[in-house]
Every structure is written in structure tokens, then in C-alpha cells.
Design a protein around this ligand. Sequence first.
Ligand SMILES: CC(C)(COP(=O)(O)OP(=O)(O)OC[C@H]1O[C@@H](n2cnc3c(N)ncnc32)[C@H](O)[C@@H]1OP(=O)(O)O)[C@@H](O)C(=O)NCCC(=O)NCCSC(=O)C[C@H](O)C(=O)O
Ligand SMILES: [Mg+2]
Length: 291
Amino acid sequence: MRIKKYRSMLYVPGNNPAMVQQATIYGADSVLLDLEDAIAPDEKDAARDLLRHHIPLLDRENCVLTVRVNGLDTPLGEQDVRAMVPLQLDAIRVPKVESAVAMQQLDALITELEREHGITQPVEIHAMIETARGVMNAADIATSTPRISALTFGAQDLLADLGLRRTDRAGLTFPRGQILMAAKAARLHVLDTPFIDIEDEDGLRASAEEAKSLGFTGKAVINPRQIDIVNQVFSPSPEEVTHAIRVVGSFNAHKAAGSGVFALDGKMVDRPVVEQAITVLRLADIDPATL
Ligand SMILES: CC(C)(COP(=O)(O)OP(=O)(O)OC[C@H]1O[C@@H](n2cnc3c(N)ncnc32)[C@H](O)[C@@H]1OP(=O)(O)O)[C@@H](O)C(=O)NCCC(=O)NCCSC(=O)C[C@H](O)C(=O)O
Ligand SMILES: [Mg+2]
């Protein structure tokens, strides 16, 4: 089975045929074809038709394919879900999620569509948390249905909902932490908001490094030029991989000898340290069971 990675997630406006056709060639771990905020109201139907036509033609071998539908509180949202599920996406991304009930209703609709269209690989849900109400209900949303595999943080809409300016970063500290904890407690992926200055590579790197150190699984990007930096930041270094291999190998040897804790290079190794090493190995495509 393919392991889904989410270091980078490229937003692609769903009404731009050239961008959609090229979407999966740039090396992003995942692509997010957008029917929501990047599309003007009078372009919505055309964008949905465009995706219906182009998605089956995309090379999806190394890329997780998702579509951001319109809000489920609008008629467009359900139309989008009905048009997209039959295309066998990896996930539907839902904007401005505010309640567990909305996710359960979506789960029921997707289940009905999967049955109707004979889809056997379940379509996952990525819930975007980008309003104050969504932040306060994040833990309930995260556990509302097993179909949810990721929470994602949307800074621009949240700033607007909180009445903050783009520079008021301090106001995002609590919401970001709450979304992270809700996702971690439910064992979900958690994806950071895009860095919107596409000319500022240093700023992008710093923003991705901060997101990684907080515990985000990956970060959305809005331009192909941002992909390499984000992939690099969220990939383990060769030194980290070598160390992780040693930790897991030594742990297995000690476990066989009846010991669950030992010192490696003067530092204690016990179960949580091994779990951290296993996370590094998975990111490096190494199966810990082979060590
Ligand atoms: C931001 C852009 C408008 C910049 O466009 P442009 O100036 O054309 O960029 P480049 O010159 O660097 O483009 C080089 C080539 O790459 C293609 N390209 C660019 N961007 C994308 C993309 N996102 N996906 C696929 N391909 C892309 C260009 O076509 C060029 O190709 P070629 O001509 O063949 O060389 C543009 O990057 C853009 O539109 N980005 C996406 C913006 C977007 O989707 N915004 C909405 C998502 S963010 C959000 O919703 C936040 C969240 O909800 C919240 O609330 O926080
Ligand atoms: Mg948004």
C-alpha cells in the first residue's frame, strides 16, 4: 500500500487548465485542486467541469490528490462533493469546518456515493479549521468520523474571522496550538497554512521550520517554487536517519535481551525515543520492521 506523505501540499486554482494539467509534475507530496476561494462565483460551475474532465488524466503515482470543495453550508458544496467523489480522489478538503455534525453528514453522503459508484478505496476528509467556532470545536471535529485523516490550519480566513490584521501573528498562537493538539490527540495529520510571499525564500524556510518544530506534518504551498524548500524542511536529514536506524536496531537487540531501556552515545533510549525514531524512518521510506 502507498504511504501517503504530506510534507508539501500545492494549492492549484481549479479553473486554470494549464495549472491543473501540470499540477502533479512539480514534486509536491500532495496536490489540492481548489473549487473554493481561488475561484470567482461565476467560474464555479466551469471549474467543477474542468476538474471532472482533467482529474482522470493526471499522473497520480507519487502524489496524493485532493480537491477543496465549497463550504458545505452552500448549495455548491454538495454539488462539488457529488461531482468529485466518483473521480476516486484520495481526499476531499472541506473549508471552514465548524462542527462534528457537518462532518458526520458529509461522511454519510460520501458513503452513499462510494456505494453508488463502486468506489472501494475510501475517500478521506481533510477538515480545514479557519474560524473561531471551528477552533473551539476542533477536538470534536477531529474525532467526528474515522474518515477524517487530517486537520488543516487556514490562517487567512481565521485572521479575517478574528478581526485581525495580517501582521497580528500573536493572535494565531492559541488557535494554532488548539488545532495541533486536537489533531495529535486523534492521531491525524495536521497541515500548516501557506506562506503567501512567493519571493521570500528565507521567510518560507523559517515559517516551515517553525511549523515542523511545533509538530505539523507538512505545509501548504501556493506556488511550485515553494515545494523544494518545504519538502526539504519536513524531510529527515541523513544524520537523523542514520541515528534512527541505530536507535531502532539497538532497541530490538536490547529488547531481545530483556531490557526496555539503555544508553546510546550517552543518552537514554526508551519506548518514546524509539517511537520518535520510527517516525523519522517512515518519513525516509524505511520500514522499521526490517531493522
Ligand atoms: C500566486 C500566483 C498567482 C503566482 O503566479 P505566477 O506569477 O504565474 O507564478 P510563477 O511565475 O512562479 O509561475 C511559474 C509556473 O508555475 C505555474 N504555477 C504557478 N502557480 C501554480 C500553482 N499554484 N499550481 C500549479 N502551477 C502553478 C505557472 O502557471 C507557471 O507555469 P509555466 O507558465 O508553464 O511556466 C500563483 O502561484 C497561484 O495562483 N497560486 C495559487 C493561489 C491559490 O490557490 N490561492 C488559494 C489558496 S490559499 C488559501 O486558500 C488559504 C486558506 O484557505 C486560508 O484561509 O488561509
Ligand atoms: Mg481559507
